[in-house]
Design a binder for this molecule. Structure first.
Ligand code: HEC
Ligand code: HEC
Ligand code: HEC
Ligand code: HEC
Ligand code: HEC
Length: 312
């Protein structure tokens, strides 16, 4: 009985608080605009004080005089800015596009990464101009002012944390980097031997950049054609097939992988953990993959059909 009374009283009080909240939200707040005198700095003892203090700084993004390169002021003298669009490429292109020379009033040489080369298949977030999903435009504690951790070098001692940046979106990567044997986690497998794990998950593991480009590449699956090793550029020669692929001879002799008919090349490697899949398991995994592929194809077709419908 006592408990029920308590609940009644509590809900009553909550309702009152809620209605006050709703009522006051209809009273228009007086718009308070901070005024900017001519030549005001954006970083002063009271405004944006901590900008430029992190480990990796994008010089342009913490320069008190150049904020307006990306934050366009709506009305001169007022601290009000146009909204940053979801596609930030036009902002970054001012300095990072192959087509444009960087503005004359900046120091430093911005690396050119935005290209109109039609042969390049861009990483989806890059193509959509979601640069700031990965980079902070101002500064961060991570290499290349990335928003999350990602290793800096060709080799790194493996842990899940150092790849936080990739895991942010690739939730499906659950087992890709950790399960030595799998028939589902990745397409980069020889039978059930997970080749991502073989390359990446080691004391001296290769980081994603050994094989992939982060922004885009001319090959399939963001596979790069060459990679820098010391002062040399080595060729990868990755070729994709319907059921696997091949690679070499930069790091090892030409090696092939096939998801359903594993090919074990005579490369000297550390012992393979776990057990090979049986013929039957491989057969089943092939059927499963085919089915999944067909479903994906069908849903894509359906989408194009409905789009055409819209056009008519
Ligand atoms: C190279 C482009 C660029 C420059 C230069 C730049 N910003 Fe930004 N800023 C952005 C983007 C993009 C966002 C949106 C947040 C995001 O996507 O990470 C943003 C967001 C912000 C925000 C909103 C809070 C937040 O972090 O989301 C503040 C405040 C800000 N910027 C202040 C500044 C100041 C002050 C300067 C100059 C010292 C500056 N910015 C220079 C691109 C820039
Ligand atoms: C007004 C010119 C300008 C704009 C706009 C600009 N950058 Fe830069 N950026 C530079 C310059 C100059 C460098 C060279 C290194 C430095 O000075 O920080 C650079 C370097 C970088 C680097 C490499 C940093 C390093 O440590 O090597 C990244 C990453 C980067 N910019 C991302 C972006 C992104 C993302 C945007 C858009 C949100 C953007 N930049 C917009 C001028 C610009
Ligand atoms: C999926 C994450 C991701 C997205 C999205 C992304 N980048 Fe990057 N970017 C990286 C990584 C990782 C590096 C570091 C590459 C390396 O050092 O191997 C990098 C490096 C850079 C560099 C430095 C290149 C150099 O030679 O030093 C610039 C400039 C840059 N990015 C700009 C951009 C711009 C502009 C966009 C959007 C059009 C963008 N990035 C989108 C992950 C991303
Ligand atoms: C902002 C989200 C985002 C981040 C962060 C991100 N990716 Fe992606 N990535 C995607 C999307 C979306 C696709 C397209 C997926 C598809 O087509 O099924 C993709 C595709 C890929 C592909 C190609 C797959 C294929 O079959 O063609 C590779 C390889 C890849 N990402 C590697 C990386 C690596 C390495 C990192 C970390 C440096 C990373 N991604 C970070 C969103 C992201
Ligand atoms: C030794 C080369 C190599 C390294 C290192 C590597 N990958 Fe891959 N990755 C591949 C190949 C090859 C494919 C394409 C497999 C196929 O389609 O047959 C691939 C495919 C992918 C895909 C598509 C889905 C899948 O698994 O088939 C993603 C996502 C991906 N890689 C992410 C990463 C990330 C994140 C890293 C770093 C932690 C990384 N890769 C390191 C070679 C590599």
């Amino acid at each position: 009985m006592k408990n029920r009374l308590r609940i009644y009283i509590c809900t009553f009080i909550l309702q009152i608080i809620l209605s006050i909240g709703i009522l006051t939200s209809y009273i228009p707040a007086e718009e308070k605009v901070v005024l900017l005198g001519p030549g005001t700095s954006c970083i002063t003892s009271s405004c944006h004080t901590d900008m430029g203090t992190k480990k990796y700084v994008h010089a342009i993004g913490v320069n008190a005089k150049l904020c307006n390169k990306c934050h366009a002021i709506i009305k001169e003298g007022e601290h009000r800015f146009k909204e940053i669009p979801p596609d930030v490429r036009p902002l970054c292109a001012q300095c990072h596009s192959e087509e444009l020379p960087p503005p004359a009033d900046i120091k430093g040489t911005p690396p050119k990464v935005i290209s109109k080369d039609e042969e390049i298949k861009f990483h989806a977030p890059f193509a959509e101009g979601k640069c700031t999903e990965c980079h902070d435009a101002h500064e961060s504690d991570f290499y290349k002012h990335l928003k999350l951790q990602y290793p800096e070098n060709f080799y790194a001692s493996f842990s899940v944390e150092i790849y936080s940046l990739c895991y942010k979106c690739h939730k499906e990567m659950n087992e890709t980097l950790t399960e030595p044997r799998t028939l589902t986690a990745t397409r980069f497998r020889n039978g059930n031997l997970n080749l991502h794990v073989r390359h990446v998950n080691k004391e001296k593991g290769r980081t994603c950049r050994a094989c992939h480009l982060h922004h885009g590449s001319k090959g399939p699956a963001l596979m790069r054609e060459t990679f820098p090793f010391g002062s040399r550029m080595l060729t990868i020669k990755y070729e994709k097939t319907d059921t696997g692929g091949s690679c070499g001879p930069a790091c090892h002799t030409q090696a092939r992988y096939d998801r359903y008919a594993p090919v074990y090349s005579p490369i000297k490697t550390s012992p393979r953990p776990g057990e090979d899949a049986t013929e039957e398991e491989l057969g089943l995994s092939r059927e499963r993959d085919m089915q999944k592929e067909n479903e994906e194809k069908n849903s894509k077709n359906l989408k194009t059909i409905s789009h055409e419908g819209e056009k008519r």
